[in-house]
Each structure stands twice: as structure tokens, then as C-alpha cells.
Design a protein around this ligand. Sequence first.
Ligand SMILES: [Zn+2]
Length: 278
Amino acid sequence: MTRATTRFISAILLVALALPLAAAPRLELQGRLAQGSVVFGRTAPGASVYFADREVRVSPQGVFVIGFGRDAADSERLVVEGPDGERIERRLEIAPRDYDIQRIDGVPPETVSPPEEAMERIREEVELVREARTRDDPRTDFLDDFIWPVTGRITGVYGSQRVYNGEPRRPHYGIDIAASAGTPVRAPAGGIVTVAHEDMYFSGGTLLLDHGHGLSSAFLHLRSLAVDVGDRVERGDTIGTVGSGGRSTGAHLDWRINWFQRRLDPRQLVDAMPDGGG
Ligand SMILES: [Zn+2]
């Protein structure tokens, strides 16, 4: 056989092998379908994914990320369109979670409303964070196995909420880890720093780290920052130190995870807190 013929036959074989794939884009989901969960998906390279009123970024390898908020409804629609127009529509059943709700009755609620003169500043800080969380980078740093940014006793969990005299307060969205002031905070996975603020009203020293595809970490109440906006960090790099800045009662790290504006539970991305850490 001539080389040209060989090449021709190889081409036919490749087309034949590709045909079964083209019939339906595959769809694999990894992660719990539950409130507060982050779910990693895999589909055919070149497929389009639609979820939560947006087209979700798909990597050249077919990897994508979605997330469910704390109070996600019991189901949500996911649509995958293959490179050749084939379509999968899946209704994802989302398991509800029990959150730690503390009901406190018969006591006057602590007044925590910020003073009028702080409102403008708070609005600006909220907008800075919101804007950073619109970022949709093609990087796939989220494929790192996440590590705890700090180890220590867990003093606050995702989703918990206080209800004063029947009036629900804002839920807690992070995981609080007690550690002494000055303890290094490490990047749980690689990423790009998108917010580095020395002193926000509520959260003091605050960092946001973008892990790609809309998945980001936030680190609150930091005493010092070791990185600046635009810096590239790798998993395990020191990004700052634990503190008690902003409205905080003691030194701890509040670590949060977002998929765009949706707040997710960081706990599911890491193994159990190592011994000696709790
Ligand atoms: Zn907290």
C-alpha cells in the first residue's frame, strides 16, 4: 500500500470510531447533587452546556463546573448539546440539607446595623466582590485536589443561621477555622488573585482567588495579605495570615467558595480536617 492509501484508510477508521461518540454527547457528573454542592462535569469536547440561565464554559477536554446554592430548589435543568447538535436534557434532583438553625426567642436582637456613614463604603466593597465573581476564566485550577487553607478547630459551618424572635438573620456561608493571629493562610488550590483588600468593613483583610470557570475562594478577616490582584498562586502558597479584622469576634479564617454569585460549601472540596487540627 502507498503511504497515501494508508493515510486514507486511517482517516476512514478515525471517522468510523468517532461516529458512536457523535450519536450522543456523554455526560458524567462528579459530586453530590445537593444544596451547597459543587459538581464537576465531563462531556464531549466541543459540546455546549446550559445551566442556571447561562452557557457554562466547557474546557477543550470537555470538563465543566456547576454549583447549587444553599437554598437551591428541589431540581434544576441541565442541557448538553453535542458538537453535532445532539441534545441531552437532564433534570437534576437536588437533595435538601439540614442546616444548623439556632432559634433565639424572647431576647432583644443584637443591633448589628452598620452606621449610616459606612453604607457607601459597604456598597463599594460588595460591588468589588460581586464583580470579581462574574469572572469566567478558561483556567482549570479547580482540578487540583483542594487542601485546607488553615488547619484548626471548626467553629462555624456553611448554611448555619440564627433566628431572633422568629426573624431569620443572614445565613453563614463560610467555614470558620480557629487559628491564632498570624498563622499563614495557604492557597487551597491554584488560581489568580482577583480581590486583595486590606480592610473591608465586614470582613477586614479580604482575598478572592479565582480557580477558573467561575469557581472562586474568599478568605476573610485576614491580618495581612501576601499577594496582590493579578498574582498567580499555586496550591500551598502562602497568601496571607489569619486575623480578626472587620466585624469578627476573634482570630479565625472564614473560607468561602463560590460558583459565580452562588455560595457553596467549601467542606466538600477537602478531606476531613487532619488530626491535631480539630
Ligand atoms: Zn465566618
